[in-house]
Design a protein around this ligand. Structure first.
Ligand code: AMP
Length: 511
């Protein structure tokens, strides 16, 4: 891969060799690399005429679409920074993000024009919005390349963190955050599963507003592969797309895998064309991974990373997905070439191998900072480039990273530290438990009480004592829940992460 590649040029670099090859397929048809490049240039010229300048933000509100990728590349061609907004958010939440990001231009995809006009009446131009409006506006622009020379350290993409821990922050990723790790690898150092070719067919089904959606789409385009864009993760549609297009590379969060393997055709379909299912973003329950490996029978790659690291920085490759490897399957893997990791205690001192502490990482993929929040940036990213992930974990003697939990989700009960994930894993295999989240609820005696919020498989499974006793056979007594609360469903965000703050709020003792 070229060292100085920038987002605006990822389609252009394929035009000479494979201009007629399909770059993206989606609900609106298909786009070859040549067409995508032409449309991106037209969008760029339209943005320039609308007064968009290098460094300006432009926003996108909508589901995954071909228009989104045209706008993503088009914005980059002008030096502007795309900020995709999660369409699942309520109007006041969208308004909050717009307020934070102050976009010069907002593209509202078909179906989202009304929200966009309501929250940003001065920005959204209705003649730009909607399926036909966008195409007509784009096609009225000249298709010449604006030839903006972006530096690799310029901002390229602004993604809002999922907000499980507080107000969403705009994570600013530069061109080198997006492409630098891959560009720094050689054929010898690049892990085989990380190698993409123009023969690959990938499914872009995760939301564009998340790094697993946009980042995946960028990987696909950059490699000259064909990306099949699914508007959202509808398990039925995804199944049909996988089989129809013979998708061989797919990224799914564990909840999406859980939905997919419950599909009635999951056990009867032929998936022999699938090469890799990549998963990550949230803890993968062991039983679900076993089942998914049986159903799909392809290579599995666990990926660990965060928006602030442009996605994956650590991965567990297919060869480590061997049940015989035992404990290693509980690891999220080894750092990608070019990524440094360290584990530090609460005072910032490095921990020994096997000791749990906060995970810090340094690599070219790290964000440049949070948009307009220098204090928050300084708390997360130090002067030497180490980024605090907020995740707790340890590294074993072979260099494999094991995650414990979010540092701030750790429960302190009677002076002992308890990591919710460990308790959840212990409870999840109880036959009456469909889903579980463990939180700390403040308590006068214990400081916090380990509380399991359980979705039972059926009404008869509301058996609190049976769940507590089951946990006691698997983990230390102090880690076992003292309280069980039954609920119909757990609150999760679009990326499948449990909204623990919301749960803690629901079960906070009334004073
Ligand atoms: P986000 O920035 O929304 O992608 O969230 C990043 C967070 O997701 C990380 O800090 C972890 O807490 C969690 N996460 C990412 N990958 C994994 C994984 N493979 N297993 C468990 N948790 C993960």
């Amino acid at each position: 891969m070229q060292a100085g590649i920038t987002l605006g040029n990822i389609a252009r670099q394929h035009v000479a060799e494979r201009g007629a090859k399909i770059a993206l397929r989606g609900a609106g048809g298909a786009l070859s690399f040549g067409e995508l490049e032409r449309h991106a240039c037209q969008v760029a010229n339209g943005l320039i005429s609308a007064g968009v300048l290098p460094g300006d933000r432009v926003a996108y509100l909508g589901k995954n679409s071909l228009h989104y990728f045209e706008a993503l590349l088009g914005a980059a061609k002008t030096g502007a920074v795309m900020a995709p907004i999660n369409w699942r958010l309520a109007a006041p939440e969208v308004a909050d993000l717009i307020e934070d990001c102050q976009p010069k231009w907002l593209l509202a995809e078909h179906g989202f024009e009304a929200t966009a006009t309501q929250i940003a009446p001065r920005i959204v131009r209705l003649d730009n919005a909607g399926r036909d409006g966008f195409a007509a506006w784009r096609d009225a622009q000249v298709a010449s390349n604006p030839h903006h020379q972006a530096a690799v350290t310029d901002a390229a993409l602004q993604l809002y963190t999922s907000g499980t821990t507080g107000r969403p922050k705009g994570v600013v990723l530069t061109h080198q955050s997006l492409f630098g790790l891959r560009a720094g690898m050689t054929p010898d150092t690049m892990p085989p599963w990380y190698t993409w070719s123009s023969e690959d067919i990938s499914l872009i089904a995760m939301p564009a507003a998340h790094i697993s959606g946009t980042g995946w789409g960028i990987w696909s385009l950059m490699s000259g592969a064909t990306g099949v864009v699914s508007a959202d993760f509808d398990p039925h549609a995804v199944f049909e797309l996988m089989v129809e297009h013979r998708i061989n590379k797919i990224m799914m969060v564990p909840t999406a895998i859980q939905i997919a393997i419950r599909h009635p055709q999951a056990r009867t379909s032929d998936f022999s064309f699938l090469r890799h299912i990549c998963y990550g973003g949230a803890p993968m329950p062991a039983a679900l991974l076993d089942e998914a490996m049986q159903v799909f029978g392809c290579g599995f790659v666990q990926m660990y990373g965060m928006t602030e690291t442009s996605g994956t920085i650590v991965a567990l490759p297919p060869e480590d997905h061997d049940p015989a490897r035992g404990a290693r399957l509980n690891s999220v893997g080894v750092p990608l070439p070019g990524v440094a990791l360290k584990i530090c205690d609460a005072q910032g001192r490095p921990c020994k191998s096997g000791e749990t502490g906060e995970i810090l990482t340094r690599s070219i993929a790290n964000m440049s900072g949070y948009f307009g929040r220098p204090e928050e940036t300084a708390k997360t990213l130090d002067a030497q480039g180490w980024l605090r992930t907020g995740d707790a974990g340890f590294i074993d003697q072979d260099g494999y990273l094991f995650l414990r939990d979010r540092v701030k989700d750790m429960i302190i009960t009677g002076g002992e530290n308890v990591y919710p994930a460990e308790v959840e894993n212990a409870i999840r295999s109880h036959p009456g438990v469909f889903d579980v989240a463990v939180i700390g609820v403040s308590d006068a005696t214990w400081g916090e009480v380990v509380t399991a919020v359980v979705v039972p498989r059926s009404e008869e499974d509301r058996q609190a004592q049976s769940i507590i006793e089951f946990a006691r056979t698997r983990i230390a007594r102090y880690k076992c829940p003292k309280r069980i609360e039954f609920v119909a469903a757990l609150p999760r965000n679009a990326a499948g992460k449990i909204l623990r703050r919301e749960l803690r709020e629901s079960f906070r003792p009334k004073s």
